[in-house]
Ligand binder design. Sequence first.
Ligand code: ATP
Ligand code: MG
Length: 425
Amino acid sequence: MTSLRAVKGMNDVLPEEMPRWHFVERTYAETMRRHGYREVRTPYVEPTGLFVRTVGETTDIVEKEMYSFVYQGEELTLRPEGTAGAARAYVEHSVHGREGISRWYYVGPMFRGERPQRGRYRQFYQLGAEIFGDAGPGCDAEMIDMLVGFLRELGIGDAEVLVNSIGGSDTRERFKQALVQYLEPRKAKLTADSQRRLGTNPLRILDSKAEEDQAAIAEAPTVLEFLAPEDRAHFDKLEAFLKALGTPYRVEPRLVRGLDYYTRTLFEIKGAKAKLGAGDTLLGGGRYDNMVGDLGGGSVPALGFAAGLERLLIASEASPPPSAPPVYVAALGDAACSAALVLARDLRKSGLSAEGDARGGSLKSQLRRANTLGARFALVVGESELARGVVQAKDLGAHAQEEVSRDRVHEWITARMTSPEGSAS
Ligand code: ATP
Ligand code: MG
């Protein structure tokens, strides 16, 4: 039989790695709560047409990276990103009719058929957020500032914030023309992909990671030179708010990002190259003022971002707080086995983590198990303890042992738990 392994580019996260994941997820949920976002969960599978319409037919994601399939006649895709599904749900449930401004967040897996490497996988996790219904640059600035604070809480200090504006449709049309005019005479120097995109989606060339393309666009005109007055005013206000908030940032006029749906504000936060290599973009986001309208939900401006959870974990220097070790209940003799199960159950009811061993092994083997569990306390119940309503309570950290009455065990443990290991007698 051939051995069955995980799908290429898709990773197992084993229990010992989970505390760091939980730390990031908890920190994120807490950040979201303080900023008034509520969690939304949308399906992992969406109609393929949703991504073609929003992310864009001629983007890398839609052209090359989607897991698409036909199931019972329906064209479906494993979601490559979270914004399109959130916007679809927002429109489908007429949320705008019920509340003027909605702040939503999500955490979950995304799927893209990319070449796997460090920080780049085929199933990866994103945490992201969307604001629907707020057109002003104030919420753009607030989101960027919030993300800087979030990264600091994760112990990611060396992050760099890049901002740009790609304007509305007027700005983009005029910029596209200028870009094509500039690149047309240099066409031969571009990659085949970019040559094709010169005719279909010239802005995507600016997001190319290929060296030939990078060289050809180094001196190309930048979108900021073409901003229409309203787009310019939005961008100026964004900068003023960022300055007022004291948020460190740099204007990067070449930033375009890889999705077609953005309008006006764009941003990206990069982490240390030394740690992250080529996948040094921790998160990206921006405005997408036309998406809700394009999906039939009327004119509702919107803003969002998404961060790669695995990349945050690579960059993070924070260690999660240790969780309380379990209490281990050992049983000596058949009759004590039931008592161990009952005692462990009662300790759990009062909030402790406990494991009762009813396998009936030797004390030595049971204490070995307590050790591998990382238990600080072991409670030993034998025939004589059972008869007298007591347990032998061991504080394994302090190498101390005491006979404790059955109904005082919880009290004994909590008293010792709050005193540092080894200090209690
Ligand atoms: P990159 O330029 O690194 O390809 P992107 O522009 O495709 O990123 P987005 O689509 O904006 O990124 O996704 C937002 C974030 O999700 C990225 O900044 C990154 O942290 C993470 N991300 C994107 N693709 C992957 C992937 N294949 N594996 C792991 N994380 C990813
Ligand atoms: Mg990408």
